[in-house]
Design a protein around this ligand. Structure first.
Ligand SMILES: Cc1cc2nc3c(=O)[nH]c(=O)nc-3n(C[C@H](O)[C@H](O)[C@H](O)COP(=O)(O)OP(=O)(O)OC[C@H]3O[C@@H](n4cnc5c(N)ncnc54)[C@H](O)[C@@H]3O)c2cc1C
Length: 455
């Protein structure tokens, strides 16, 4: 056993460390298998140890050993990321945050929580107090707040509140991997570099996130004879400022056929619009649907909210999950369609790539309404996938590539010297999730899209 393993065993109680292979394998994975490209490159990357601290003192002890012996550390929330964010490329320690999960304090419209708190738990505690999350991923029942902020982007609620880059996180407590294991209380604009950085700039111990007053949400599922009428209805709902909404999610047939729990209740051959809107707008939405030749397949009243399958369980990358239950050949892309050119862009894609199935989520980014596309692609080979990405870009549909574990290649939303200064200050030995960023020496050639984050 190398020195660091013995020292770690002395510094930290034995029950907080996992050394056996099956557990190390389990904690070294995420959902990168949605990408056949990542599956090939990431399979077999395994940590040498999993550490599961119960306190921040224990967490600091693990980091101190890693720092002293130059051991890589990859932080892990719930491991639901799609890009291998939580995979330890260079072995070392996986630092599991799931036991640091307390909801600490509510103050006005925000709450402070430990980084390993599950978003579903935060949402339910907040709703008991007449509040709720602004934005959460479709994996919210499992996903941790630390993992969402450091590895996700947006989700349910983004139609109104935007993405991580829209002031959702006013403050974060960061533990650096420097000589003193310095703790930084980061606030306001200074939080931005730490968003969607795959934990490469420090460990988030505690976060403060924005909440909003609780709404009674009704979930409405509507079928449309064609994709055209369906997207027009979705767009009209999305831009309507008088209807409060949390989700507007559209799925071309035959995707809805794969939503197994509902497939007896939805109309065959129809595109499906999934909506979460305020209860008192139910009748307005029903009228809107009818005006676009749609019909209501299913209504889930507010008293069932978060208690059984809801529309969000079929939205965002859950759509890809349901597709992959029918066949693992399905993979996906992350794109931005232009709401003003949607018809033309849809036609162009369907003409050139009829096998691609369209799935859209309406969201806001920095106040602007955009249509986030998560098309399903039957995978053939990498060359074909790359050609498709080129085709989309050429047609004005930017792609944030989900088939790479490199942060800068995935289209992260922050660029500039500030990131690298923080990297040098917070992690001078490059021990935090190494391999996800270009080497520090290559930083001058780093170009990061100032476009969209991943998902
Ligand atoms: C079916 C499916 C649907 C999804 N839907 C969405 C969606 O709607 N929106 C969306 O944004 N994403 C989505 N995702 C991706 C993922 O579920 C979310 O981003 C989720 O919030 C990640 O949380 P996690 O706790 O699992 O993080 P993990 O996967 O464990 O970690 C994510 C990244 O954050 C880092 N990290 C975790 N905790 C910390 C910490 N405390 N300090 C520093 N770094 C840390 C990790 O090192 C890793 O790089 C989906 C994934 C799947 C499989």
């Amino acid at each position: 056993m190398s020195d660091w393993k013995q020292i770690l065993g002395k510094e930290v109680p034995a029950h907080l460390l996992l050394w056996n292979q099956p557990m190390r394998e389990k904690f070294s994975r995420d959902y990168f298998d949605f990408s056949p490209v990542l599956l090939k490159s990431l399979t077999g990357r395994i940590a040498e140890c999993v550490a599961m601290p119960r306190t921040f003192v224990e967490l600091a002890r693990v980091l101190a050993v890693a720092r002293d012996y130059g051991v890589p550390v990859t932080v892990r929330g719930a491991g639901t990321g799609n890009y291998g964010q939580a995979v330890p490329l260079q072995g070392g320690i996986v630092l599991d945050m799931s036991h640091l999960n307390r909801v600490m304090a509510f103050e006005d419209d925000q709450v402070t929580v430990e980084a390993g708190a599950r978003m579903g738990f935060i949402e339910s505690v907040a709703r008991q107090r007449g509040l709720e999350l602004r934005v959460y991923p479709s994996t919210f029942q499992k996903a941790t707040i630390g993992g969402f902020v450091r590895g996700g982007s947006g989700g349910i609620g983004s139609i109104t509140w935007g993405t991580l880059w829209d002031s959702l996180v006013p403050a974060m407590r960061i533990r650096a991997m420097d000589e003193a294991l310095t703790v930084y209380e980061v606030q306001g604009e200074d939080v931005t570099p730490y968003l969607h950085d795959y934990g490469t700039l420090g460990v988030a111990e505690q976060l403060t996130i924005k909440l909003v007053a609780r709404t009674e949400w009704v979930q409405i599922v509507a079928g449309f004879p064609g994709l055209n009428t369906a997207w027009q209805c979705a767009q009209e709902l999305a831009i309507n400022p008088t209807i409060k909404k949390r989700l507007v999610s559209l799925h071309e047939w035959p995707i809805p056929e794969w939503f197994r729990p509902w497939n007896q209740r939805i109309s065959p051959g129809h595109s499906l619009l999934l909506m979460e809107v305020e209860y008192r707008a139910s009748d307005t939405v029903k009228t809107l649907v009818a005006s676009h030749c749609g019909h209501i397949d299913l209504i889930i009243d507010p008293d069932k909210y978060h208690k059984s399958n809801g529309v969000s369980d079929f939205s965002w990358n859950h759509t890809t999950l349901w597709a992959r239950k029918t066949s693992s050949r399905w993979t996906y892309l992350q794109t931005r369609f232009d709401p003003h050119r949607l018809q033309e862009q849809i036609q162009a894609v369907k003409l050139a790539y009829p096998e691609v199935l369209l799935h859209f989520e309406w969201i806001r980014e920095r106040g602007h309404l955009v249509v986030s596309g998560l098309p399903l692609i039957p995978f053939t080979n990498e060359k074909h996938l790359n050609e498709l990405m080129d085709f989309l870009e050429t047609n004005g549909i930017p792609v944030a590539n989900p088939h790479t574990f490199r942060l800068e290649a995935g289209g992260r939303m922050f660029s500039g010297e500030q990131f690298w200064q923080l990297k040098e200050r917070n992690d001078p030995q490059n021990l935090l999730n190494p391999g996800k960023l270009k080497n520090l020496s290559e930083r001058s050639v780093l170009t990061v899209n100032d476009g969209q984050g991943g998902m």
